[in-house]
Structures are given as C-alpha cells and as structure tokens.
Design a binder for this molecule. Structure first.
Ligand SMILES: [Fe+2]
Length: 310
C-alpha cells in the first residue's frame, strides 16, 4: 500500500508530496504515482528530504536520462557532471556564475536543441527571506488566448537566444562568451504538444528574440504580450523554499523565474538535475553553429568549485 500523500498547493499548478524518502530506492508503484501527480500538477514539492548529489541523481534518473550540462560545463558539480550548482557562494573570490541564474521568465535549456524535460532542485542553503521561485502554467496560457491568436501561434516558430538570459554579462566576459559560443541561437515551435499529456502549451518565454519570418520589431510586442499574459497571477504558483525541499517541475508546460530579491550577503545554495527532453529544436544556422561549437571548452575547475561545498 502506498503511503504517498499529494496535497495541491495552487489552482494553476503545484502539489506537496509526503510519505516517501527520496534518499532510498523508491518502489516502482510509488514512482508511477509520482509521475502521474507530476503530469497533473506540473510542480511537485517534496519537503524534509535528506539528499546529496548522488541520491539526487539516483532518484531523478528514475524519470529518464539526465542532462550532463554540456551547454554550461563550468557550472557543474565537481564530482558529478549531471549535477548543476545554483549558488551565490564565491569561487576564487568571485561570485559563482550561477549566482543570478533564472531571473527572467524561462524554461530550462530552451536555448538548446534538446531542452530539459523536467528539472529537480534541492535546497541546501537559503536566505532568511526572499529567493522564491515562481512557476506559470503554459497550458492555461495557451488555452486562455483567443482562437485567432492560437491559430496564429500554431504555425509559428520562435528564435531562442542565450544572450537574453537575464544578467548574463554580469557573470564576467569569460563565462558570458563561453555561454554564447556553446549555445548558438535555436528555433522552437511557439506552441508545443506535450508528449505525455497530449495537451498544447505555449512555448514562449523572455529568452525569445523573434519569430521566424517576422522582424524583431514586429515580434517584440507579441513576445511581450505573450509573456505578460502567461505569467498573470491566476496562472502562477510561487514556491517559498524551506531547507530540505526537493522541487521537481515539468519544463514542457511551465515557465519559471528565480526571484532575485534576497540579501546578496546571505547564501542561496542548491543542487539541480535536469532530465533530457526530446530533440525539439534546431539551430537557426546549422553550419555556423557547428563551426562555433568546435574547440576546447571552459570546464569546471575541480579545486575551486569544490570549495563551494564548504
Ligand atoms: Fe531555470
């Protein structure tokens, strides 16, 4: 018999899951119940978990292959390339590059041809107040557009550009340039069909530069309207982090934002895995992209990143 309790946290999305210890192997019937709850609620919060990089990987691998973060290898955990560090700790006296990650509305890795299916983030340290994460339901965003607008978007493709990641240049030229080199602009449909639920979701976020066939000037007001429409309060669940929370969300039908409202002298330190999604996109200019990506990659400096664990 399952001990799992699933309690909804928001009308648009979000549910709290208790009655399972994620640091131990989870039985198949429990995993199936979690998968079902995830598809229904889009964001699952597992409070009071005791995880480390190894157990985070072991649990999240149950839902498919994990990304090795080759799109940004300098942000990986030093001992595990499937674990990404979200941290405002210092490395060699400088803020770690992910200190300001995710501060505009986005869906993870949409600037790659294979965006993340799901993301799981485990909270190790948090500021005394602030640093929440907000999620918006993109099924609702799509369904609440007028039929004419849905028809217009159904045939459109959008260019996702890593240069539109908020605060990218504040991370220093070495990191920002490497980020751009490894992630040339990609094209995704403006509306995607969720492969498991069969529902359509708006796939637009603040990292979209323009629509194919439309100029930037023409696209900009449409992207702005769609982003504002998508993230209106009735579509949003806002998560207030507690130490030991594991939050697992579905990037195929959500956008999210890390609220950068906390005291920068306080530590926000989290570890993340991302499940590999489908090859959903393509490079805007495949030949230029292939030439650009070649070459040595700025990699994690094991020693200095290991210091982040202290
Ligand atoms: Fe994110």
């Amino acid at each position: 018999m399952l001990n799992l309790t699933i309690q909804r946290l928001g009308h648009a999305c979000g549910a709290r899951v208790t009655g399972v210890d994620l640091s131990r192997p989870v039985p198949p019937e429990t995993l199936e119940a979690i998968r079902k709850a995830w598809l229904e609620n889009l964001v699952l919060v597992f409070p009071e978990q005791k995880l480390d990089p190894k157990s985070l990987v072991a649990f999240t691998r149950n839902f498919g292959e994990l990304d090795d973060f080759s799109s940004q290898p300098f942000n990986r955990h030093p001992d595990n390339k499937e674990v990404f560090l979200l941290s405002n700790k210092r490395k060699d006296g400088k803020l770690f590059p992910t200190y300001n990650s995710g501060q505009n509305w986005h869906t993870d890795l949409s600037y790659t041809v294979r965006p993340a299916k799901g993301t799981s983030v485990y909270c190790l340290e948090k500021p005394s107040v602030g640093g929440d994460t907000m999620f918006a339901n993109m099924y609702l965003a799509y369904e609440r557009l007028s039929p004419k607008m849905r028809e217009f978007l159904d045939g459109l493709e959008a260019v996702h550009d890593i240069s539109l990641v908020a605060g990218l240049d504040k991370r220093g030229p070495e990191v920002a340039n490497e980020f751009r080199r490894l992630n040339p602009p990609v094209v995704h449909p403006a509306v995607r069909l969720h492969p498991e639920s069969g529902r359509k979701a708006l796939y637009i976020n603040e990292r979209v530069r323009n629509f194919l066939g439309l100029s930037e000037a023409e696209s900009k007001p449409i992207v702005k309207f769609l982003c504002e429409h998508a993230v209106q309060p009735r579509h949003v669940y806002r998560h207030y982090w507690t130490l030991g929370d594991l939050v697992m969300w579905d990037n195929r039908c959500l956008v999210h934002l890390a609220v950068g409202d906390y005291d920068p002298n306080e530590i926000r330190h989290m570890i993340r895995t991302s499940g590999m999604g489908d090859y959903y996109g393509r490079y805007l200019d495949p030949e230029a992209a292939a030439a650009q990506i070649k070459g040595p990659v700025l990699s994690t400096d094991r020693k200095s990143v290991a210091a982040l664990q202290d």
